[in-house]
Design a protein. Structure first.
Length: 214
């Protein structure tokens, strides 16, 4: 079952980026396509984080232990979309506002780009929070392999991977902070993340445990 569903989940997870490429190439984005790419990849990062966090509750509630085998892949897709989001911001927001005194292909371009990103991360609080959220995903991704799980040991690995709770919370704060007036969408994601984290707190009380299951 997992062997059949896994490639399907993989292909479905590539759907949003495939759609964005298609929409970009065929002119089906808005008048500001780079902003669309930043926003869409941001929302998909948050969605994949929510799906990752939903896998343990789904396993507990359904009793289908095999579902855990999708968690790593879905988590890696959260990082994939988060990195695309970060890169579109770097290009659309930072690179586009640079001057090129020595032409585009120059060492000063790289230096000015890094400086511009660093200054923005320092100056704009919602960017600071977004960057922190993305940074928390780096150690999670780096330790996602079976070899790293073995090297760290299950207990340490589990402790480290609780960092994903902070990633999701920071993602919601970042979203909340950037919307100007209508907070309904970040609020919805906030409620979803709060519910998924509350499940873990309640789980600790044993309410969801079934006889014979971990
Ligand atoms: C876990 C990491 C992150 C998540 C979950 C996330 C999520 C989001 C979401 C949901 C949006 C709004 C989309 C919409 O309005 O439809 C957004 C927009 C944005 N994010 Fe992020 N983000 C993350 C990391 C970052 C990072 C690292 C940066 C840059 C350093 C960044 C910069 C931006 C910018 C510039 C916008 C567009 C703001 C605007 O509309 O003016 N984000 N992000």
């Amino acid at each position: 079952m997992v062997r059949v569903v896994k490639p399907l989940v993989f292909v479905l997870s590539l759907g949003p980026v495939a759609w964005l490429v298609w929409a970009g190439l065929t002119g089906n984005l808005s008048a500001n396509p780079l902003s669309d790419l930043t926003n869409e990849t941001g929302v998909w990062t948050l969605r994949f984080l929510c799906i990752t966090l939903a896998i343990t509750p789904a396993r507990r509630l359904s009793g289908w232990n095999g579902v855990i085998r999708f968690r790593r892949m879905v988590g890696l897709f959260a990082f994939f979309y988060g990195t695309l989001h970060f890169l579109t911001y770097v290009i659309a927001d930072r690179f586009a506002s640079l001057d090129f005194p020595n032409g585009i292909v120059a060492w000063t371009t790289v230096q000015n780009l890094v400086k511009s990103v660093a200054e923005d991360v320092y100056k704009r609080p919602f960017i600071t929070v977004g960057f922190t959220a993305w940074s928390t995903m780096v150690p999670l991704t780096a330790t996602s392999t079976a070899g790293m799980i073995r090297r760290l040991g299950g207990k340490k690995w589990n402790q480290l991977h609780r960092l994903v709770y902070a990633t999701a919370c920071l993602g919601v704060v970042h979203y909340w902070w950037l919307v100007k007036a209508d907070v309904r969408r970040p609020l919805t994601y906030g409620v979803v993340v709060a519910a998924l984290l509350a499940f873990r707190l309640i789980k600790g009380t044993g309410v969801f445990s079934r006889p014979g299951r971990r």
